[in-house]
Ligand binder design. Sequence first.
Ligand code: MN3
Length: 199
Amino acid sequence: MAFKLPELGYDYSALEPHIDARTMEIHHTKHHAGYTNNLNNAIGGTDLEGKSIEEILASVSQHSVAVRNNGGGFYNHNLYWDVMAPGGAETPEGELLEAINTAFGSVDSFKEQFVKAAATRFGSGWAWLVKKDSGLVVASTPNQDNPLMDVAEVQGTPILGIDVWEHAYYLNYQNRRPDYINAFWYLINWDVVSSRFKG
Ligand code: MN3
């Protein structure tokens, strides 16, 4: 079974004015579709066929660069669309809120760390809220790497992530990555993040 580009479950215009419809459409139908196709091509006829994406990423150091880049790209964008789904809680609640407070002191200081990780990631990459056995941490990764990978500096389960590749914001924000990062807070569906946290 080949990996499949997911439907978003909402319109490309649903995240306006924070992320414009054209950016969403290109990001989904070109970039994410590209990672998905290239991942399928990279694993076709190998023993990775039929494995889950999580399994593939956990042993990514043993696979090709194409599997690392496109497997990461496939997984990361699935998570990104999911955590920005319209509706749901506007702030962290319940067990997730408690875990954020325990790890960072407050939601505001979590946000500060997350913004810093996203803003200071040099070049292309991602910033993450990561669930580890020891609690929550903020991390960032280059390119399409993520914390599920055995090559990642900080390993764990990503429960929130922001794409800071220029293709995620350039049409609307040009070079103003910080403005895009600030807008991201209006888009997060904390119910989705919570259920990923409970996983
Ligand atoms: Mn992207």
